[in-house]
Design a protein around this ligand. Sequence first.
Ligand SMILES: *Cc1c(COP(=O)(O)O)cnc(C)c1O
Length: 392
Amino acid sequence: MSKIDWIQQEIDSLKSQGLYNNIRTIGSPQGAWLKVDGKQVLNFCSNNYLGLANHPALVSAAKKAADDMGVGPGAVRSIAGTMDLHIELEKRLATFKGVEAAITFQSGFTANLATIPALVGKEDVIFSDRLNHASIIDGCRLSGAKIIAYEHNDVKSLDEQIQANLKDYRRALIVTDGVFSMDGDIAPLADIYEVAKKYDILLMVDDAHGEGVLGKGGRGIVDHFNLHGKVDVEVGTMSKAFGVVGGMVAGKAVIVEWLRQRGRPFLFSSAVTVPDAAACLAAVDLLEDSTQLVDKLWANGKYFQTEMKNLGFDTGSSQTPITPVMLGEAPLAQQFSRELFEAGVFAMSIGYPTVPQGKARIRVMNTAAHSKDDLDKGLEAFKSVGKKLGVI
Ligand SMILES: *Cc1c(COP(=O)(O)O)cnc(C)c1O
């Protein structure tokens, strides 16, 4: 036995359980249609909500920035200095979101790893929604604080957990996803804020799937609930609706200043590249100029969900353009996804442990890049596969 044999055994075991992650290869730019494993298919998978990943304004901003400023940031910002482009992006993001200040990170994932351990430590407690994203969970673990999960989107459960536990700790943090990406439901942030206020606890929301989607012109969940100035920390990503890559934290100036001193992924890892930062700036320009793309995204989501219900599909409890198509057992969802692919539609099945047992589904990601004709083609494929497999 060599010392790495166990790894191959684990991989084989994943394969035999149907849990091995087969990653498809995309041979085209992101858009309504993709070339996947050599085949032209309708794209119902990406988080490219507004179609910005291949938008001409972003592409040309990235090119121009590379011509003017090169590509790499050189080194960690806190040691080797920070480029004016990154500072400009942070200022523009703060204005866009209507907050005092913003700071950017390499990704939404690292934004959570930076923020949570900077705000709480071993003597503290975190109240975390049971279904929070993996990067929130990892950020909570890294902090060393006691983690207490409350029931999903359940403000009463949150209140009970706080009441029972708060006294045993120095400081506390409430953290929740804004939009939960598996079901498309929205955290009841206004009610959560009332609880945070009642106990005077820091409140943090990770709005990765709400950034560029919720609120006026995509300003996010805080704007959606009109909670400006009330939520202490908003984490966001520029790798979904913004169509590029990068994370951000928006909120009070003192918290952003603290993250520049104590956010470890900020202190010990380089920033996004010059073309990334420039493309993100172009995305902010587009979002500030017009709500057209955000409106189109929502209109497409509504149309698709209505027509799916008319066909007889169960589309769950989504409040956003994310459309889960509930199928029950994982093998059925996997087969459904394969048949859709044969019919020219790329939509992934999601099963346990990402979602609970018996709640396997196909998740359709609607975007502003889809035309009505695209959506009709998708609906047609769902109808024929649904009939063939006896789902409708
Ligand atoms: C996607 C996602 C992230 C990670 O964002 P990246 O920028 O891709 O690292 C973090 N939090 C939530 C809730 C997400 O959905």
